[in-house]
Write a protein that binds this ligand. Structure first.
Ligand SMILES: Nc1ncnc2c1ncn2[C@@H]1O[C@H](COP(=O)(O)OP(=O)(O)OP(=O)(O)O)[C@@H](O)[C@H]1O
Length: 610
């Protein structure tokens, strides 16, 4: 907790040292004002009672008015500074959080629901949330100053009452801390329901699911689930509110009893002549003020504690080490082998892999070589492990056993970013970015994001150039109906939606922006294309892959027949390998699959209609 508090402070100070210092000054001055007010009130009251001169009374009244004005001005200035600092802290928090998230090189963390829960809580750690634990402590400091000065005032009049007011704070503080701790536990408990609620919300409101939801009539069903999750969240919040309600009632009764006892004592004292009228009014104001500062002090401590409990998730996420550790210790990173251009080939040596210990083996002792300058095709039934193998080649996961070697170097020993810089991949589940057509292609190589010649060349090669040219703003057209661009902001029909096949070609163009890389991996590059496009794309890719090191995955066996080597993966193991002619000459899996596909195109093999 202390470590997190230190981290919160360092972060706040780094974000806005001037705003933080300004708040500290306001808190000190503002903290002294109530006691000044109480003493000035006492002087005025006693002055009236003892018939002091009008000039004196005027000076004290003017002083009291100045105290009120300064208090109001300080509170507004503090609010302004708080807003300023909150925005700066927000920015720094987000910069660090997303830098940490982007630095995770692997995928397994993103697939771990417990991590996702903590990540969601970490995203809430903006300036607003952190404030009670950082500059909010200035308010706390101000409350302490107010409290001490008011307690001193009460102490002068009645030491016993000062002790009583102070003692009343102890149960209040303990109860509030216990409440906030329970709150943090409850929030973590309801986070999964919260995430599911968010999931159903976006499912119902986002475009991709809109068709199926309407066709299958899933709206009411999904809404019921959404509300069910919301009820779970609310039930958790209600439990916390009830506990807070009960505790607050008890604390209010305690505070009321003390104030009542003080009032009786003061009136008694005035009746006995021990206290002047000014003493009584100062005492009543001081007890009320002290109790109020105690309440705000206790709640400031409790809020700071609560903020730190959430901030702990942020600290956890931002301090996580790289999820794909290198065997070399950090101090020896400089000794890591440097990725050199591929010269011999990539080898999977006895690779075993499962997504985690609870999952079955996906790859079982795979031995596979992609020689330099040659094309290898990977075929196999659904779930055979082809895309998993691609993810291992990009080192999104490490093999559970065995190794992936790049010219003989274990890729675990090199920087994943360097490895990925040498690879171009079209993933089976490629991304469609709600950005312009040029950006959708240019993202393939950030250094060429503004290089229109290269972007157009890649689009030409993926045979999507003509479609892009025909768009209202050509390459600058936004491929989205959920945002607007500056040029389209007044056009209600802004943005264009591409077809599935067009998106696929666009993704291929993005991959071809990396055509100069050492290894080109294409996972189902033509799944969504029409027959003509498929033919053209594969003809283009065949030319493109010639003399390059490439791995092609396709269920369309016609597309892989030219590969230098075809590897058949079945149930996580390599069961056949060879050229198309070699494999079709045997009576194996490939020959069987090829025969089934070929029969679909031969009229004589189509069963006659009854
Ligand atoms: N992230 C993941 N976590 C857990 N299991 C996974 C994950 N991704 C894939 N799997 C499992 O791994 C197995 C292999 O999946 P993979 O996507 O590699 O198959 P594939 O050969 O590419 O299939 P397809 O031809 O359908 O694309 C499947 O049983 C799948 O359920």
């Amino acid at each position: 907790m202390i470590r997190d508090l230190g981290a919160a402070w360092r972060l706040t100070w780094r974000a806005g040292p001037w705003s933080a210092s300004g708040q500290l000054l306001c808190a000190i001055v503002g903290g002294l004002l109530p006691a000044c007010g109480v003493w000035l009130t006492k002087l005025i009251m006693d002055g009236i009672a003892t018939g002091r001169s009008g000039a004196e009374l005027f000076t004290w009244s003017a002083g009291l008015a100045a105290v009120g004005l300064t208090g109001a001005a300080l509170s507004e200035f503090t609010r302004y500074l708080r807003g300023q600092l909150s925005r700066k802290v927000d920015r720094l928090v987000q910069a660090r959080l997303y830098a940490a998230v982007c630095s995770f090189q692997g995928l397994s963390r993103f697939e771990d629901p417990r991590f996702r829960d903590r990540l969601q809580l970490a995203t809430q750690a903006g300036g607003g949330l952190l404030e009670p634990a950082t500059t909010g402590l200035f308010t706390l400091g101000g409350s302490v100053i107010t409290l001490v000065s008011l307690l001193a005032t009460i102490f002068v009049l009645s030491p016993a009452m000062a002790g009583l007011v102070l003692l009343a704070a102890v149960p209040s503080l303990l109860a509030q801390m216990a409440l906030r701790k329970r709150w943090a536990g409850a929030i973590l408990e309801i986070t999964p329901a919260n995430r599911r609620h968010l999931f159903y919300t976006s499912l119902i409101t986002d475009v991709p699911a809109a068709k199926e939801i309407r066709l299958l009539g899933l709206g009411a069903f999904l809404r019921r689930r959404l509300l069910g999750e919301l009820d779970t969240v609310h039930a958790g919040e209600r439990r916390i509110d009830r506990q807070e309600f009960g505790t607050q009632i008890l604390l209010s009764v305690l505070g009321g009893a003390i104030a009542g006892a003080g009032l009786i004592w003061a009136i008694q004292g005035a009746a006995d002549g021990r206290l002047s009228i000014g003493d009584v009014s100062a005492f009543i104001a001081a007890v009320a003020g002290a109790q109020q500062s105690l309440v705000s002090l206790v709640s400031a401590i409790a809020n700071a504690y609560q903020a730190l409990l959430t901030f702990a998730h942020y600290c956890y996420v931002t301090s996580l080490p790289d999820d794909l550790p290198s065997p070399a210790p950090r101090s020896e990173r400089a000794m890591r082998p440097v990725m050199r251009p591929l010269r011999e080939g990539i080898e999977l040596r006895d690779v075993w892999f499962r997504y985690d210990e609870a999952h079955p083996w996906v790859l079982r002792g795979v031995n596979l070589t992609i020689p330099y300058g040659r094309s290898v095709a990977l075929v196999g039934l659904n779930g055979a492990g082809k895309s998993t193998l691609v993810k291992l080649l990009c080192r999104f996961y490490d093999p559970t056993r065995g190794a992936v070697l790049w010219d003989g170097i274990d890729i675990r020993e090199v920087d994943p970013a360097e490895l990925r810089d040498r690879v171009g991949v079209l993933f089976q589940d490629f991304m469609s970015y709600d950005l312009t057509a040029a950006e959708n292609v240019g993202l393939g190589d950030l250094s060429a994001l503004d290089d229109r010649t290269r972007i157009e060349r890649a689009a030409h090669e993926a045979m999507i150039h003509t479609s892009i040219e025909a768009l209202p703003h050509g390459y600058e057209t936004l491929l989205s109906r959920i945002f607007t661009t500056e040029q389209d902001k007044d056009d209600p029909t802004t943005g264009v939606i591409f077809s599935g096949g067009q998106w696929q070609r666009l993704a291929l163009a993005r991959t071809l922006m990396r055509a100069d890389r050492d290894l080109l991996i294409l996972d189902e590059p033509s799944a969504g294309l029409d027959a003509q496009a498929e033919h053209e794309v594969h003809a283009g890719l065949r030319r493109h892959r010639e003399g390059r090191t490439s791995l092609l995955i396709s269920h369309r066996l016609g597309a892989v027949r030219d590969a230098d080597q075809i590897v058949v993966l079945s149930n996580g193991s390599v069961v056949e390998r060879g050229t198309h002619d070699e494999l079709t000459a045997t009576d194996g899996v490939y020959a069987g699959l090829f025969a089934i596909q070929a029969s679909g195109y031969r009229a004589s093999d189509v069963p006659a209609s009854p």
